[in-house]
Design a protein around this ligand. Structure first.
Ligand SMILES: Cc1ncc(COP(=O)(O)O)c(C=O)c1O
Length: 388
């Protein structure tokens, strides 16, 4: 017996992240262009950092509101009002220690050990891993790839629901595929949730990274107040704050106290000075986000063009988020390819195998980066592809 044997099976069996494995392999390479992680290349802008620094200087170093400081919850309500076209109240929002933390709380509140949570795959691996650690069974429903991009067959989703299903995790726009549900699909999913009494855990953290000139369709567009929808969200992507670890939940105000309790017994709240930074991001950051989305749109077109010109990749320009999930002809083993790409092209990509069912044979490239570097990376990749 080793010490490991005395841990719970759920902890022991938690998978290594296939993304971290390749990052650990290549992170020290001189000149490597890293497109493997889910983040952009810019540090948090000063108007956000300065608000946090000021909070820190003002001695905001004590325990604070578990559900989030009133100013931040008001800023969240205003932000949603601006982007989702209706009124929101501060008591619909709870501040969490990251999007990941919001997901964990949503899972704790909706799915017992032994029950099932359905999600769409290929998927960002953290949701199924968190469900499994909680003793639940994550059930993938595979999206299908065609020349028109990634598609969900709602009948496949309906077929995955069993008497043990409690929640549907819907990430749209999706990491890694960029699949973005249209209103009809959202309505179909909502209808399933109503018919079977299921919670929807809506992960719309990339809603503003949408490339048809408007934010992505949202469950806010189709739901009623009493629907069982929990929104998980994050400051990470929109405002270049991945390292801050701040997120939020949007829920029916009736659920506030319960979620405050769950926050109390997990991270006990987010530092007050960081919440000042988060409030500045919301109140003053619309212009910054718009610039980021505009740059990402150009970046998307650039990589799709350069890789598409090789004539040897299967790709469809993603509708949302900031990833290209593509396959290379004659590349059966994406994991081995990701290592080879580090060695030969000096570019860091995440292997599709890290994203579960349906991800084999694909690579994920994060294009949220300076265009000159991205062009260099895409050219190196195109050369590697052409020389295979
Ligand atoms: C789809 C999706 N949801 C949630 C998150 C979590 O974001 P964070 O924990 O950084 O707030 C990520 C991060 O990559 C993501 O891609």
């Amino acid at each position: 017996m080793t010490l490991l044997d005395h841990l719970t099976a759920e902890a022991r069996l938690a998978p290594d992240s296939g993304i971290s494995t390749i990052i650990d392999y290549g992170r020290e390479r001189p000149g490597l262009i890293p497109l493997w992680a889910g983040e952009g290349d810019l540090a948090t802008p000063d108007f956000i950092s300065n608000a946090a620094i000021e909070g820190l200087r003002n001695g905001e170093t004590f325990y604070t509101w578990q559900r989030g400081i009133p100013e931040l919850r008001t800023a969240l309500a205003d932000y949603h009002g601006r982007h989702f076209g209706r009124d929101f109240q501060p008591d619909e929002f709870m501040v969490t220690g990251s999007g990941m933390h919001a997901i964990q709380l949503a899972l704790q509140a909706t799915v017992h050990a032994g029950e099932e949570a359905v999600y769409l795959s290929p998927a960002w691996p953290n949701f199924p891993a968190a469900a499994a650690i909680a003793g639940a069974k994550p059930v993938p429903v595979e999206l299908e790839f065609s020349d028109n991009g990634w598609m969900l067959d709602p009948e496949k989703l309906a077929a995955a629901i069993t008497p043990k299903t409690r929640a549907l995790f819907v990430n749209s726009p999706s990491n890694p595929t960029g699949w973005t549900a249209d209103r009809e699909t959202l309505k179909a999913i909502l209808d399933l949730s109503r018919r079977h009494g299921l919670w929807i855990i809506a992960d719309e953290i990339y809603a503003l990274f949408h490339y048809d000139g408007q934010r992505a369709p949202s469950f806010f567009d189709v739901m009623e107040a009493e629907d069982r929808v929990l929104f998980v969200n994050s400051f990470s992507k929109n405002w270049a704050m991945t390292g801050w670890r701040v997120g939020w939940l949007r829920l029916h105000p009736e659920l506030q106290q319960t979620f405050e309790n769950l926050i109390q017994y997990s991270n006990s709240g987010v530092p007050q000075f960081m919440q000042r930074g988060a409030a500045a991001a919301l109140d003053q950051g619309d212009g910054f986000v718009a610039e980021q989305v505009q740059r990402a749109a150009q970046a998307r077109d650039l990589v799709c063009r350069i890789l598409g010109d090789t004539g040897r990749v299967r790709l469809s320009a993603p509708q949302g988020a900031f990833y290209l999930f593509f396959a290379v002809d004659g590349m059966p083993d994406a994991r081995a390819a990701a290592f080879e790409i580090v060695d030969r092209a000096n570019v860091g990509l995440a292997p599709g195998t890290a994203f579960g069912a349906g991800g084999d044979g694909y690579l994920r490239l994060c294009f949220h980066r300076r265009l000159d570097q991205l062009e260099e990376a895409a050219n190196r990749l195109a050369e590697w592809i052409s020389n295979r």
